[in-house]
Ligand binder design. Structure first.
Ligand code: ZN
Length: 113
C-alpha cells in the first residue's frame, strides 16, 4: 500500500492524494519557439525503474502540492517536501505600516480665495 507522509497532515493513504505528474520535467521558456522542446515537455517521459520525482496534491487534506521521491519498483517513498517553497518573510509589520501612515505628510491644499 502506498502511503505518503504529508508535511502538514502526517502519514496518509494515497487515496487522499492526486498524482500531478513527473516533477523532473522542465518547462521550456515562455517564448521558446522550438516545437521539439514543447513536444518533449508535453509528451516524452522517461518511465524509470527506480527513484522518480513526482508531484502529488493532497486533495482530501491540506490541498498542498508536494514533491515526492518514490521508487517505482516498490513504491518506497524516499522524501516528501512542499512543491513550492514558502515566500520569503518580509520585514514589514503592522506596526511599521501604522507608523508610516502617521508620519506620511498629506498634501496641503492651498486655498485660492
Ligand atoms: Zn496534507
Amino acid at each position: 500500500m502506498l502511503r505518503i507522509e504529508c508535511p502538514c497532515c502526517g502519514l496518509r493513504d494515497h487515496d487522499e492524494f492526486r498524482y500531478g505528474g513527473d516533477a523532473s520535467v522542465t518547462r521550456p521558456g515562455h517564448d521558446d519557439p522550438d516545437p521539439e522542446a514543447w513536444y518533449r515537455y508535453v509528451y516524452v517521459r522517461a518511465n524509470p525503474a527506480g527513484l522518480h520525482r513526482e508531484f502529488w496534491q493532497h486533495v482530501i487534506g491540506c490541498r498542498q502540492w508536494l514533491m515526492v521521491e518514490r521508487d517505482t519498483r516498490n513504491h518506497a517513498i524516499a522524501s516528501v517536501a512542499f512543491a513550492r517553497k514558502a515566500p520569503a518573510k518580509k520585514s514589514f509589520t503592522q506596526t511599521s505600516l501604522a507608523q508610516k501612515s502617521l508620519t506620511k505628510k498629506s498634501p496641503v491644499r492651498k486655498s485660492t480665495a
